[in-house]
Design a protein around this ligand. Structure first.
Ligand code: C2E
Ligand code: MG
Ligand code: MG
Length: 737
């Protein structure tokens, strides 16, 4: 309205806006209120146009200031273009300010609450991190161990399970080929684990974690399409969190947890914690693997440092070490041991003519043969070039060292087939003994070396001991063997015969054939010396063939001369061995056939130990022989195993009471008890008895009193050569002076 239009009666409480022109908002003049209203702007008497105006952007504070100074009731708001926008009162502004303050307060309160929640969350997070840290620390403890210890992993896993409030947690660790190496689990029984069965890695839900090296978080296994292939027998599970255990792309296995106790799905935080744990674990596994790699490299290095690469034999370093050990032990136990220095004889020639690679083949072959000639516990080392050193840590007798040296010699002398060539090398061997020759490792080695040089000088293929005395002793043994080998061919053997007499009738019931050996160089050797040697070396087999032929031939001569007598031949266990060539059966049959001797004039003496050691072969052979009509006696009865069961099984005719029981029979009551027992057994089983080694009349009387009837011994006759035995037979016992 214009000034003119101001109504004379203004309504109280209403604010009137005055305009020059009612249709033009820019012609605003001022505000007018009823004069009765409290403090009014543009009150009557004052020009409303002089009252201050507010711009629309005027702050509430400035507007209140203006109200304060003008005492106006209302102020007009006019924009920059002079257009009237409206009117505001002080109360309007105060109310608006109040509303804003309340809103801000509300917002501040809300923000405070959010801050408190965030703080709680962070606190919980940090305590979980602390627990995880603890779990990881436990896990990292494993680092201190060379191999992963399951119980440590178990403890770590259990800590994680508690932390994440999971019902079930497991770690599967893979081997290099991707198979499950170990499966550690908590919250589930062994039985349930067995129920799960094994699922090939790379397949199924958890397989994918390993195959693709990705984490998996599933809220409901039953509904999730990714769960296809979840083990059928797996105990029920709802939620799942599975994390690969990997480092730098290498997957060592996986970790998984399931079913939170509060029934909620796993959260992103849970996943972060589990991942952090899996990272620690992968570090541990990676470290363990690295330790393994280093260890195997160390082992390889240690092997290289101690073994010869060509022959795989211990090298000089390891040999010296073993020598030291042998030395300490021998010193402690006051025993002795031997060091053999073996040098090949013709190696250089082979190497020069066939080349180094063939030389290497030969060395490997020699190494294998020397090893084969030794017993467990002995050491053969490659000392260098074509030199080998053998350590015999346990030695009862220097002769044993000679035997081993001889075996090595024979092993190296046999031909080697190298690249289509038959090569023979042979060796020179030097032997030193502890403590006789030297008392430390180095000195022993140089003694053996010196002995080897001496052997070389004496001609190739020689064995020499360092000490002259032992050397001659050992050589006597070696010489014995060498000569025994040639004894049959050189006709140095003969048979002596010892009569077996019936005490009642004084009839000669048999003749035991006893082997004699006389060598031009070494003289006569007792069977007690050469029979064991022949058995050890296997020479007893050819000797036994000779004895059987000779004994049968002699018995046949006696039969033809009209004094038939049964001849008893001793057999050795070696002759019964399955691989003995020729077999004892073939030999007996040939000897009988060649001599024409009736089988009932041949008796074979076998010791108890032969029967026990080779029972199956012996039984077979004896049965075959018995069918020919040959008789058997058990020699040295009572000294062996004395297991009587075999007596029933075998076709035995006679027991020979060992001469050790006869020797003291007059003075030792035990002996007469034993003899009485043997006689009783024989009677019971319907066997004959021969008492051996009768030297005196009192012994004879004692045996007679015990019911013995057949006797053999010096009292009647010493073993006689063939001529004397023939004469003895012709004269008979009664014809003797
Ligand atoms: P053996 O079979 O028990 O032979 C009996 C041994 O007692 C013989 O010793 C014999 O000479 C000896 N002897 C006999 N009567 C008396 C006596 O009254 N007093 C004493 N002190 N000794 C007596 P020998 O001939 O020295 O033979 C020893 C062992 O050598 C034999 O014991 C036998 O086991 C073995 N032997 C002998 N010849 C052969 C053979 O051709 N082959 C086999 N494998 N072993 C044989
Ligand atoms: Mg005998
Ligand atoms: Mg005997």
């Amino acid at each position: 309205m214009s000034a003119r239009d101001i109504p004379s009666r203004l309504v109280p409480g209403v604010i009137y806006a005055l305009f020059e022109n009612r249709d033009d908002p820019t012609s605003f003049r001022g505000l007018v209120t009823c004069p009765g209203d409290a403090a009014s702007a543009a009150s009557s008497g004052q020009d409303p146009a002089s009252a201050p105006r507010l711009a629309p952007a005027t702050s509430a504070r400035k507007a209140l200031n203006i109200f304060k100074h003008t005492q106006a009731r209302a102020l007009a708001v006019v924009d920059a273009a002079g257009c009237f926008a409206g009117a505001v009162t002080r109360q309007d502004i105060e109310q608006a300010l109040g509303r804003r303050a309340r809103r801000l307060l509300r917002e501040a309160r809300r923000a405070n609450r959010a801050l408190a929640a965030e703080r709680d969350r962070l606190l919980a997070w940090s305590s979980r991190l602390g627990s995880l840290h603890q779990a990881s620390r436990e896990l990292l403890n494993v680092l201190a161990h060379t191999s992963l210890e399951t119980d440590l992993l178990h403890a770590g896993l259990d800590a994680l399970r508690h932390l994440l409030l999971a019902r079930y947690a497991a770690i599967g660790i893979l081997d290099d080929s991707g198979g499950m190496k170990s499966f550690i689990h908590v919250g589930i029984t062994e039985d349930a684990v067995r129920e799960i069965g094994t699922l090939p890695e790379g397949k199924g839900l958890l397989g994918a974690v390993v195959a693709d090296n990705v984490s998996l978080q599933i809220d409901d296994i039953a509904r999730d399409p990714r769960s296809v292939g979840f083990p059928r027998h797996h105990p029920p599970m709802r939620t799942l969190l599975a994390i690969p255990i990997s480092i730098s792309g290498r997957v060592y296995g996986r970790l998984y947890l399931s079913d939170k106790q509060d029934g909620q799905p796993f959260t992103a935080d849970d996943s972060l914690l589990a991942q952090s744990f899996a990272r620690s674990l992968s570090l541990v596994l990676d470290n363990a693997r690295e330790i393994e790699v280093v260890k195997s490299a160390q082992q390889e290095l240690a092997h290289m440092a101690n073994y010869d690469t060509l022959t795989q034999l211990p090298n000089r370093v390891l040999l010296v070490d073993r020598l030291q050990q042998a030395l300490l032990r021998a010193q402690r136990q006051s025993t002795s041991f031997a060091v053999l220095f073996v040098d090949l004889d013709n190696f250089k020639v082979v190497n020069d003519t066939l080349g180094h690679s063939k030389g290497d083949d030969l060395l490997s072959g020699v190494a294998a043969r020397i090893s084969g000639a030794l017993r467990r516990g002995d050491t053969v080392a490659r000392f260098g070039g074509d030199e080998f050193v053998v350590l015999l840590p346990q030695l009862d007798d220097p002769e044993d060292a000679a035997k081993v040296a001889q075996k090595i010699m024979q092993a190296t002398c046999r031909n080697f087939a190298i690249a289509g060539h038959e090569i023979s090398v042979g060796a020179s061997i030097g032997v030193a003994l502890f403590p006789a020759d030297a008392e430390n490792a180095e000195a022993l080695l140089s003694c053996a070396d010196a002995a080897m040089y001496h052997a070389k000088k004496l001609g190739k293929g020689n064995i020499q001991f360092y000490s002259e005395e032992i050397n001659s002793q050992a050589h006597r043994y070696l010489r014995l063997e060498k000569h025994l080998r040639a004894a049959v061919k050189n006709e140095e053997l003969s048979l002596h015969f010892q009569p077996q007499i019936d005490g009642e009738t004084l009839e000669i019931t048999g003749m035991e054939a006893l082997l004699r050996w006389h060598n031009g160089e070494i003289g006569s050797v007792s069977p007690d010396d050469f029979i064991p040697l022949a058995e050890e070396t296997g020479l007893i087999v050819p000797l036994g063939v000779w004895v059987l032929h000779e004994a049968c031939a002699q018995a046949r001569r006696w039969q033809l001369a009209g004094t038939p007598v049964r001849v008893a031949v001793n057999l050795s266990g070696r002759q019964f061995q399955r691989h003995a060539e020729p077999s004892v059966l073939a030999t007996v049959i040939a000897a009988l056939a060649q001599s024409g001797l009736p089988p009932n004039l041949l008796e074979l003496e076998i010791t108890e130990s032969i029967m026990m050691e080779h029972l199956d072969v012996t039984l077979e052979t004896l049965e075959a022989l018995m069918n020919t009509g040959i008789r058997f006696s058990v020699d040295d009865f009572g000294t062996g195993y004395s297991s009587l069961s075999y007596l029933k099984k075998l076709p035995i005719h006679t027991l020979k009471i060992d001469r050790s029981f006869v020797r003291d029979i007059t003075s030792d009551p035990n002996d007469s008890v034993i003899v009485a027992a043997i006689v009783a057994i024989a009677k019971q089983m319907n066997l004959g008895v021969i008492a051996e080694g009768i030297e005196t009349a009192t012994q004879l009387q004692c045996l007679r009193d015990l019911d013995c009837t057949i006797f053999q011994g010096y009292y009647f006759s010493k073993p006689l050569d063939a001529a004397a035995a023939t004469q003895f037979l012709a004269q008979g016992i009664s014809g003797r002076p």
